[in-house]
Design a protein around this ligand. Structure first.
Ligand code: DOR
Ligand code: ZN
Length: 352
């Protein structure tokens, strides 16, 4: 058994960095493990104008100028071509489609793709990438993703040259869908959809910290998602969908969907891939296939994990992370941990 493991620093191709104080927390925790990634736009107000995009990107850059962000904007019904062009000029590489009411802060989302046809055509002209939260909010909760397939196919058919990402796959039928489509179609996979099933949410006492959208599903779904992640198929790559919600809100009786996995996803993935004898597939899944699809350079920086064991904190800045309290076999290489702890950035941003 190996006692250390080194790979290119991963990219997180799906992150919710939030706003205000939480933004400092997420940027700090993300940049420990990831060289950069795709920033989701479901802030309040949404990232849907060039001014807001510039402002949000600037706030992140100020917290960590070395963190490579890919900025996205939220697609709104009736969005004009000129707005998409200005967003592109302001630095947006991705448009995010949220079906109206599907998840956190998506009430202003899209009822049918016909309402964003012009924006999609413009994105296509500009070589931008479409990221989709694939759920039909009016369907039964466990079928919401599957029931979105027809809409997904229709968009892909109407824009055959558009690169499209099927985000946070949760249903085994979506693995087949993405796998069967052209090279311009890919899918992200989260740590929580690889690790949890619905039993971890409602199988015992209800655990709101494991509640996310799309909800984690059955053992069969998890097995198919694991198979895709372990397969070495470049269509499937890591996107954490790390999405912190404060503990008081999660435990309030009206918990929003979202799991905070940024602080622990990399060691958890190393543990899982090793358990299935696939540690050699981890680097491509986390550090290569994502940036390749997005046309980004892979990171030249490396991270080293060691078999030192680490306990996932019970709470980080008011948020309960994924698998809080669990002992994970892999940890930071001590030298790296020391460098991180001593860095000015860590000291400035850390509230631990
Ligand atoms: O679980 C989720 N949380 N899924 C999403 O699509 C949004 C995210 C959030 O922003 O909380
Ligand atoms: Zn998300």
């Amino acid at each position: 058994m190996e006692n250390s493991f080194t790979m290119r620093k991963p990219y997180d191709m799906h992150m919710h960095l939030r706003q205000g104080e939480l933004l400092a927390t997420t940027v700090r925790d993300q940049s420990k493990w990831f060289c950069g990634g795709l920033v989701m736009p479901n802030t309040i107000p949404p990232v849907s104008t060039p001014e807001r995009l510039t402002d949000y990107a600037g706030q992140i850059r100020k917290l960590n100028p070395d963190f490579r962000t890919v900025m996205s904007f939220k697609l709104l019904p009736g969005m004009k071509s000129s707005v998409v062009r200005k967003l592109h000029d302001a630095g947006a590489a991705v448009g995010k489609l949220y079906p109206a009411g599907a998840t956190t802060n998506s009430e202003d989302g899209v009822k049918t793709w016909h309402n964003i046809k012009i924006a999609l055509a413009t994105m296509c002209d500009l070589g931008m990438i479409l990221s989709i939260h694939c759920e039909r909010p009016d369907a039964y909760c466990l079928d919401r993703e599957y029931k979105y397939h027809s809409e997904f196919r229709a968009i892909a058919k109407a824009f055959p040259d558009l690169k499209i990402v099927f985000e946070h796959i949760s249903d085994r039928r979506s693995i087949d869908l993405v796998d069967g489509m052209g090279e311009n179609i890919a899918g992200t996979i989260t740590a929580h959809h690889l690790l949890l099933t619905l039993d971890d949410v409602i199988g015992g006492n209800m655990n709101p910290h494991n509640f996310c959208k799309p909800v984690v599903k059955t053992e069969r779904d998890r097995a198919a998602i694991r198979e895709a992640a372990f397969s070495g198929n470049k269509k499937f790559f890591f996107g954490s969908d790390s999405a912190p919600h404060l503990r008081i809100k999660k435990e309030s009786g009206s918990a929003g969907g979202g799991i905070y996995s940024a602080p622990c996803a990399v060691p958890l993935m190393a543990e899982l891939f090793e358990q299935y004898g696939c540690l050699d597939k981890l680097e491509n899944f986390m550090s290569v296939f994502g940036p390749e699809f997005y046309g980004l350079p892979v990171s030249e920086d490396k991270i080293t994990l060691v078999k030192a064991g680490f306990r996932i904190p019970d709470e980080i800045d008011g948020v309960v992370p994924l698998m809080a309290g669990k002992n994970v076999s892999w940890s930071y290489h001590k030298g790296i941990l020391k460098t991180i702890m001593e860095s000015e950035l860590y000291l400035r941003n850390s509230s631990c």
